[in-house]
Design a binder for this molecule. Structure first.
Ligand code: ANZ
Length: 930
């Protein structure tokens, strides 16, 4: 390989390209999948390959993890740094609906664009691991995990999931007695009954226990589009596409019993090094609440019992009415004939609103059902209402309203003139509810005079003793709906016989996605797969499940697959799992806090329970990179004329329309008018009012980087202009990794200049090699070792921006010191290589090495070069500093005194007399008293 001697616009592309080829060719980044070395697993949240490609915001995390991976390699770890694609998803399917192009084709095309862009950035991913979740070889194992979930139950006594066979064994021996499971309620049965049941009856019962089970849940059904929409396709109650009305209808869905893992998911948070904000969001999402369930009988309806969940059983004597969620199953029977006329329209309206709308609602609304419940302790009649502030999926979907001590109940009682009763002293109920848990109980029979915490315990004790309720811990977390009525996702490995689901045998996996004629929705609330009859209907009379899995299926376990992407007998081999799990460093966006990151933890806990993976938590450390915001450029057009006015010359009183213009047409807030005219035909004829200096100015605005705002900066353009090494270092230099920051292309030239100066330490202007074997000076060695230490510390702390700053300082210092010494420059290149790998490889080669710098060793920091050898003493005479003197730090005090007194300035201040006293504080100061 001929050395490249100049680092210039003409040579950089060539230099970077040849090292990228070299890495590909030599498989430089392929990690040995087992090794005696300690392992380090660096993982990026894998991207969805969208059609837009990468913009400068995406690589922030990728570059950071790449630097860390390279740094850990230099430290002697066997590093796995893979990259794959979350390849199922909606946009490719929507595109298929519009154009008929198979989603697999669009997806693969986008993946190739992503791969090209990543390669161009010099990201050192292990190319043998490149998985795609839409690949049957991968989703076979997603289906396999689903079958394990389907085939498991949660044994609460053992506090773990177990194969369903252990439960069946229990039923055969003892019936349902003594089973402590996280399951849906059902009537008890004996072993004899179980044994006498037919297969369908048993299967129906087991669905109460399975961790993957069928439920009937709401979906967004859009009749006009003839399809079920994902939540992100619904905006303000209408379809995002076309603005058609959306209805919420119930449909048979798969659900995963994540609620069984609520406690483990909470406890596990204490064992992982994740950002506090993410942990807090997960805790809130899981939402553990300790309280009680209380049963209320209904007047005149002996079979109807309303069960409520409350965190404040102490306030039970303050309950003056009950409220049910509009979807509560008892509502229908509770609404009396007289009440129906007003109640039914409200119930229909309220049930159709989304939970989010309802939780955010400020306006109080509700209706009386006409029925009354009976207070369990006093026997008083309590009117039963329906209101949308009670949510069906939380607690029991019904509450006892205590308007004296709950704000929402207070607002409701006030609006509808219901009684408000004080049971905890401390508030002013005319003004609002007193909801603090401090104070003593009144008007509460056996609870009177107790403080709130005692009253809670006493109330629960009394409820349990009288069989009216029991203490309960409730979680806000819901079981997760796990199906979509869409084509482009994993098919379920499930068939139905007599309407009951059965898992297909493992050896029938993968159940591959069939080709379809059309991606158009069927017009029924089901997936396009339902139309592929020869796939759906099986020779044995069973039919396939036609829903597909949701977007988060593959991403819930993919991190284990990278160890063993080719394995077709297990999701990954046990040896490799043992060696590589868990992820040591995981980086991605904070927006996945309670989606992907919670589901992935859930699947890992589950797989761990069943012994399929060796860790319960999949990622030891997590970091969220900040957002890179776009800087949009705004131009101003007069509202009523095709006249544009420079941003600093806007006239008061004129109405302007603010328009986003393409940021590439702007240089330092000055608009390229010619380019702008050509940009849009309607601007070609426009008039432009320029500033006094003849320039037309725009106004910058920081906001999200997005195509629609024309503020997207593509990394390819910058790589072409400055090279990937400059781009990488500049992204890191923008600021702390976890902070959000606006993108500013202007500063990139500074970083580029730094790399050129770095190059100059090795080659002179004419491209002559400067490096010599001479002995470096202590100052040079000190500079080197300071840098080695600082950069290593910064990499551990992920403080890459300060590491870049240190490199800049060092290059300036070494240039000043005239450093051209191999003993300094060689270790320095290694230290720089995680940041600027292409340039580092080139110089490493020029230094005479024949193997890649990727596998070099991080130089040892030698502390002896860091200790300061000399000190510049301030010398004070009679309390005022009069002189300074540079002396070796190890010089004895006597010698220091002698040197100081010999100084000309000191002699002058002493005026010929002998000093009264000389105090030497080593390494600090010398005081002379005359
Ligand atoms: C009586 C009461 C008295 C309540 C009082 C509060 C204060 P967290 O802490 O969030 O778990 N609630 C129960 N189920 C509900 C549902 N499905 N939709 C809306 N609200 C519901 O909140 C639990 C409290 O929220 C419960 O305790 C219940 O109101 C209400 F002085 O019951 B409380």
């Amino acid at each position: 390989m001929e050395p490249i001697r100049q680092y210039s616009a003409e040579t950089i592309a060539q230099l970077e390209d040849r090292w990228q080829q070299y890495w590909d060719h030599h498989q430089t980044y392929v990690a040995p999948k087992t090794s005696d070395k300690p392992k380090y697993y660096v993982l990026d949240m894998f991207p969805y390959p969208s059609g837009a490609g990468l913009h400068v915001g995406h690589p922030l995390g990728y570059i950071a993890s790449d630097i860390l991976a390279r740094f850990k390699r230099l430290q002697g770890y066997n590093v796995l740094h893979p990259m794959g694609f979350d390849a199922f998803g909606l946009p490719a399917e929507q595109y298929a609906i519009q154009t008929g192009t198979h989603p697999a084709i669009t997806t693969e095309r986008n993946i190739q664009t992503f791969l090209g862009q990543m390669r161009r950035l010099g990201l050192g991913h292990d190319p043998t691991t490149q998985l795609r979740t839409s690949d049957p070889g991968f989703y076979r194992w997603t289906q396999w995990v689903f079958l394990r979930l389907f085939g498991a139950w949660y044994n609460q006594a053992a506090d773990r999931a177990e194969p369903i066979e252990t439960l069946v064994g229990h039923f055969e021996r003892q019936g349902s007695a003594g089973v402590d499971a996280h399951a849906d309620p059902h009537d008890p049965f004996t072993a004899q009954e179980w044994l006498a049941w037919d297969e369908p009856s048993r299967q129906r019962l087991l669905l109460h226990y399975r961790l993957a089970y069928l439920s009937y849940d709401f979906v967004n059904w859009c009749p006009a589009l003839g399809t079920v929409l994902a939540n992100e396709e619904v905006k303000d109650g209408v379809s995002e596409r076309g603005g058609h009305p959306v209805e919420r209808i119930r449909m048979r869905q798969w659900a995963l019993r994540i609620t069984a893992y609520a406690e483990k998911l909470l406890r596990g948070l204490d064992t992982i090094d994740w950002p506090d904000s993410i942990k807090e969001q997960q805790r809130n999402w899981i939402g553990r609440s300790v309280g009680a369930r209380i049963r209320f009988n209904v007047q005149g309806q002996p079979e109807a019992v309303v069960e409520v969940f409350t965190t404040r059983p102490d306030t039970v004597f303050g309950a003056t009415f009950l409220v049910l969620a509009p979807e509560h199953p008892l509502v229908e029977s509770l609404v009396t004939a007289e009440a129906a006329l007003t109640a039914q329209p409200y119930i229909a309206w309220a049930s159709n609103r989304t939970e989010r709308e309802r939780s955010a609602e400020k306006e109080v609304s509700g209706v009386f059902t006409g029925s009354y419940a009976v207070h369990p302790f006093t026997g008083a009649p309590l009117p039963i209402w329906v209101a949308d502030y009670v949510l069906v999926g939380y607690g029991t979907g019904a509450i006892m309203a205590v308007p004296g001590h709950d704000e929402r109940d207070w607002a409701f009682a006030t609006r509808f003139g219901l009684p408000i009763c004080e049971v905890v002293v401390g508030g002013d109920l005319a003004q609002g509810a007193y909801s603090t848990k401090e104070g003593t109980l009144i008007n509460s029979d056996f609870l009177d005079r107790l403080a709130v915490p005692e009253a809670i315990a006493r109330a629960i004790g009394e409820l349990e003793a009288r069989g009216l309720g029991e203490g309960r811990t409730t979680y806000r977390l819901r079981d997760a709906v796990f199906s979509r009525q869409r084509y482009w996702g994993e098919p379920f490995p499930i068939v139905y016989r007599e309407g009951l689901p059965y898992g297909v045998p493992d050896d029938e996996l993968p159940v591959t996605l069939p080709e379809v004629e059309s991606y158009q929705p069927t017009g029924q609330a089901e997936s396009p797969l339902a139309a592929v009859t020869d796939w759906v209907e099986r020779p044995d009379g069973s039919v396939r499940e036609t829903n597909t899995m949701p977007g988060w299926a593959g991403s819930s376990w993919y991190f284990f697959r990278y160890f063993d992407t080719g394995n077709d007998s297990a999701l990954a081999g046990p040896e490799r799992l043992k060696y590589w799990a868990p992820v040591d460093f995981y980086i991605g966006g904070a927006e996945h806090a309670v989606g992907h990151l919670l589901y992935a933890r859930f699947w890992t806990h589950f797989l761990y329970d069943l012994g399929h993976v060796p860790v319960a938590e999949f990622a030891r450390r997590l970091v969220n990179q900040g957002m890179i915001q776009g800087v949009s450029q705004m131009v101003y057009k007069e509202r009523n004329a095709n006249v544009f006015v420079s941003a600093d010359s806007l006239a008061a009183g004129t109405a302007y329309i603010e328009i986003h213009c393409d940021v590439h047409l702007v240089q330092g807030e000055v608009l390229n008018l010619e380019g702008f005219r050509a940009w849009r035909p309607e601007y070609a004829q426009a008039q432009f009012v320029v500033s006094a200096d003849g320039k037309f100015r725009t106004r910058p605005q920081v906001e999200k980087m997005s195509k629609s705002k024309y503020n997207v900066v593509n990394p390819d353009t910058l790589c072409d202009q400055y090279g990937a090494d400059t781009f990488r270092m500049y992204e890191m230099f923008l600021g702390p990794l976890e902070a959000s920051k606006p993108w500013d292309t202007q500063g990139i030239t500074g970083v580029h200049g730094f790399l050129r100066r770095f190059w100059r330490l090795f080659y002179d202007e004419a491209g002559q090699w400067r490096v010599q074997d001479a002995e470096p000076t202590p100052a040079m060695l000190k500079q080197l070792h300071q840098t080695l230490k600082k950069v290593a510390d910064d990499c551990e702390r992920l403080s890459f921006n300060t590491a870049v700053a240190q490199f800049m300082i060092t290059v300036n210092e070494l240039t000043k010191l005239g450093c051209q010494h191999r003993a300094v420059l060689e270790p320095l290149v290694v230290c720089l290589s995680p940041f600027a790998p292409h340039l580092a490889e080139e110089l490493w080669r020029a230094l005479g090495h024949t193997t890649s710098i990727v596998h070099a060793q991080y130089p040892t920091v030698e502390e002896r070069y860091l200790v300061e050898a000399e000190f510049e003493y301030p010398i004070s005479v009679n309390g005022k500093v009069r002189a300074k003197l540079l002396l070796p730090l190890d010089l004895p005090a006597q010698a220091v005194e002698a040197q100081v007194l010999a100084l000309e300035e000191v002699q002058r201040w002493m005026g010929g007399s002998a000093p009264k006293k000389v105090v030497v504080v080593p390494g600090r100061i010398v005081n002379v008293v005359v």
